[in-house]
Design a protein around this ligand. Structure first.
Ligand code: CUA
Length: 191
């Protein structure tokens, strides 16, 4: 057995250069941490960014067989109070429907489910930015203030066709929304 020597040399108190470097490093790391916390606070308070909080499960392999994400339900449905619920399926390599239509100035809830792998989506110029994990429903709430056309790309690498996976979001004036409230039918840009 090796003998343990008690004479290990501690840095001498005269090692001013080493100590200064250490203090500089501590200050730098502290600065990085403060900056990261500031970014999180700024984006969540100022831009309204927040992680999707609902943990709602769904059977990804049978979305097409019926239920909330059956084909006939995909698109935008308008509630009596004028708010909108948009249901979208993400799959390699498209969003269905690939052009969403939403009313401007009204609360919009977007619900996405993946039929295969992990996808992501972001709507340019808005606080809509989330992952779509198979087995879970991703719910994002927002309000689109200005009418116009916005891109909604997939931002999570999902396979060889990833870079071609994107949809459009068409924000229209609430009064010209192509809604048939009586039929409660989900609509998209083609409606
Ligand atoms: Cu879907 Cu990348």
């Amino acid at each position: 057995m090796a003998e343990i020597s008690g004479t290990a040399k501690l840095p001498s108190s005269g090692d001013k250069h080493g100590e200064a470097t250490e203090r500089l490093w501590v200050a730098f790391v502290t600065g990085v941490i403060v900056l990261l916390v500031a970014v999180v606070v700024y984006t969540s308070v100022h831009w309204g960014f927040h992680p999707p909080s609902q943990v709602e499960t769904i059977e990804s392999t049978s979305l097409h067989k019926g239920g909330e994400f059956a084909e006939a339900n995909l698109g935008t449905a308008i509630a009596p109070d004028g708010s909108a619920v948009v249901r979208v399926v993400a799959q390699q390599y498209a969003f269905i429907p690939n052009c969403l239509v939403v009313p401007a100035g009204k609360p919009v809830t977007i619900r996405l489910a993946s039929a295969d792998v992990v996808h992501g989506f972001i709507v340019e110029g808005t606080n809509v930015n989330a992952m779509v994990v198979p087995g879970y429903v991703t719910t994002v709430r927002t309000t689109f203030q200005e009418p116009g056309e916005r891109l909604m790309p997939c931002h999570e690498f999902c396979g060889v066709g990833h870079q071609a996976m994107w949809a459009h979001v068409r924000v229209v004036d609430a009064s010209s929304f192509p809604n048939d409230a009586d039929k409660q039918k989900a609509v998209n840009c083609a409606s």
